[in-house]
Design a protein around this ligand. Sequence first.
Ligand SMILES: NC(=O)c1ccc[n+]([C@@H]2O[C@H](COP(=O)([O-])OP(=O)(O)OC[C@H]3O[C@@H](n4cnc5c(N)ncnc54)[C@H](OP(=O)(O)O)[C@@H]3O)[C@@H](O)[C@H]2O)c1
Length: 294
Amino acid sequence: MAQRPAGAPLPAPPRLPCGGRRPGAPRVIARHDSLPHRRTPAHPLRVGLIGFGKTGGSLVRLADQRDDIDVTWVVRRTAGAAGPGEADHPPVFSTSNTCARWLFANHPVDAVIDFSSPTGLEFYGDAAAAAGASIVNAVSAVERDAHTRFRRWSSRTRVLWSPNITLGINVMMLLAQTLRAVDPCADIEIVEEHFRGKRETSGTALRLADSLGVAAEAVKSVRAGGIVGTHEVIFGSDHQTVRLRHESISREAFADGALFAARQLQGRPNGLYRMEDLLVPYVDAVRYPGALTA
Ligand SMILES: NC(=O)c1ccc[n+]([C@@H]2O[C@H](COP(=O)([O-])OP(=O)(O)OC[C@H]3O[C@@H](n4cnc5c(N)ncnc54)[C@H](OP(=O)(O)O)[C@@H]3O)[C@@H](O)[C@H]2O)c1
């Protein structure tokens, strides 16, 4: 990473969203475009999807609008069933009558995305690792022994597990940790809001708390009506308050994050990855625009 020598001028301000520029600022759009997922890929990324429920269905819909993603097949438990209201969808296989090794050999994919259940990985894990397909496991609550399997598979392919795979929440986690490092004395409050029927404390809020050294019992939960999901971290110091707030609008946010992860893992060395690992280069690119110059 490029270091700024003491006394050197600050780097140019980062690019504004949607291509806007501050007056007089240099164009950095070409550099931004050189970030991995912005490049126009030579071939669509071939994705095998495990789980064709609410979230898997939204991934198929989202991928359908993108030229750089091809959902090659879908696997679910039920035999003979299609997707949740999908009229036009990729071939759907069932774990009850499909051999995973046959599937990977005859319908190769670059990545597997798992939006099924804790048992889903038993079907595809060994076969995906043997085929060298990236594994993006987005099942929120995996069994304890899943991590042993992830480690084992990571010697043969790229493996990522993320219990909350939205880009927004993961960027927020990075920013929250940065703020805490900058101002370790600030008071930190974490508030999560969800629909009336959600009984347990949000797992995402608990992860945020853990990463910031806040006790789990200190997380404030609000339950009201149909709120999809809101997380807020409040940093309070004597002279200023900083609020980081993320609101989920639709399930497409999960699908978008999973597709981002699959695209980002492509071409990387085998190993275990977290969403943070894939996002840090973007944070660095903003702070050090020159770092991305070819
Ligand atoms: N990481 C994140 O940010 C995030 C976000 C949203 C959801 N999730 C997770 O994604 C998963 C799916 O959520 P959802 O709301 O879409 O659930 P859902 O609507 O109930 O759909 C689950 C789908 O997975 C399939 N399935 C379940 N067990 C399977 C197995 N062992 N092998 C193959 N397919 C299996 C089901 O097939 P059948 O219908 O044929 O039984 C169904 O198509 C959950 O684990 C949830 O925690 C994670």
